[in-house]
Design a protein around this ligand. Structure first.
Ligand code: ISE
Length: 337
């Protein structure tokens, strides 16, 4: 394909607006041609970063107007299915922000709709798979250079969350990333999930009981612990330590300018995922655009990966109430091989 692909971005909130600016300013081979956003103020603000884009109130209107070649879905998860179904029916390639849908039953419906097409059309927005440090760690694990991987320890810390963030979102909105990236790193699916509750942070919003410690056992026996903490105050931090038979590897440490000042040593920490994973988002969108342009359509996690994550999230939500919960096993259809 020699001309730019025309992307319709659905949802012009924080993530959608970020992707619109990214596609316009940093991605080659694509333009934002349509913005689907019922809130006129948000649509207009986002359109300022997408010269020539038309705005629509629904994806069906954008499809009927032949305004797009591909769809990027950046709405909250509960609004994904009503966009995915018409976009799949129109045979459009899709990049869908996580989660695929909020539960495994609706995710299965999406898989069924996608399997009516000739090949996978949906890429999932698990951007950590495009982060240079995660890629390096995955390569180290696969190479065997550090011996066998035994344990993975993760921290996933947000400075704070809005009042609309619920207890289940600790799993469905946040740990959702670890449920994708850890099996991808280690090459083994999640077998069980358990959640432990340490002392509650008095600075957490009143309706939240957090931080939590999420323990996962993988099918190959690797044990994973993740501190999920959304009231850490000081900044945004996602870090991983892998314990091997012949050493230790760490990613996600603060880096950059080091300062010695007024008796202190400091390095600036990220304040949000938008900066921590900015390069990963760029790489993710560029790789997707390249795949759409050369006909592969998907170059990254697909809808099947999204379904496996939905199963793990369901176990994780149950585990919030106690117990060690088994993750349902699912056989990958040949369509997603
Ligand atoms: C948010 O939706 C994200 O996807 C971020 O990566 C994550 O760190 C945060 O906890 C979520 O709320």
């Amino acid at each position: 394909m020699t001309t730019d692909i025309r992307i319709g971005v659905v949802g012009a909130g924080l993530m959608g607006a970020d992707h619109i600016a990214r596609i316009t300013h940093r991605i080659s081979g694509a333009v934002v041609s349509a913005i689907v956003e019922p809130d006129a103020g948000r649509a207009a603000a986002a359109a300022a970063n997408a010269p020539g884009a038309a705005t629509f109130a629904s994806v069906e209107e954008a499809i009927d107007a032949d305004a797009l070649d591909a769809v990027l879905i950046a709405t909250p998860g509960q609004f994904h299915k009503p966009v995915l179904i018409p976009a799949l029916a129109a045979g459009l390639p899709i990049l869908c922000e996580k989660p695929l849908t909020p539960d495994s039953a609706t995710s299965r419906e999406i898989l069924e709709a996608e399997q009516r097409l000739d090949r996978p059309h949906i890429q999932l927005g698990f951007m950590r798979r495009f982060d240079a440090q995660y890629i390096e760690l995955r390569e180290l694990i696969a190479s065997g250079d550090a011996g066998e991987v035994l344990m993975i320890r993760g921290v996933h810390r947000n400075p704070s969350v809005p009042d609309s963030y619920t207890q289940k979102m600790l799993i469905n909105d946040s740990v959702v990333h670890e449920f994708d990236v850890v099996p991808w790193l280690v090459g083994s699916p999640v077998k069980t999930v358990e959640v432990k509750h340490p002392r509650r942070n008095p600075l957490s919003p009143e309706h939240l009981r957090e931080p939590i410690l999420v323990l996962m056992e993988l099918e190959n026996g690797v044990l994973v612990d993740v501190e999920m903490n959304v009231s850490v105050q000081f900044g945004y931090q996602v870090g991983t330590e892998a314990v091997f038979s012949k050493g230790i590897a760490r990613i996600g440490q603060p880096s950059g300018l080091q300062r010695w000042d007024e008796g202190r040593f400091s390095i600036k920490e990220h304040e949000s995922f938008a900066t921590r994973f900015a390069d990963a988002y760029d790489r993710q969108i560029q790789r997707w655009v390249d795949a759409v342009r050369d006909g592969r359509l998907v170059d990254g996690p697909n809808a099947w990966d999204g379904y496996l994550v939905a199963l793990a999230c369901e176990a994780g939500v149950k585990a919030l109430d106690g117990g060690i919960i088994d993750v349902e096993r699912a056989e990958r259809p040949a369509f997603y091989a």
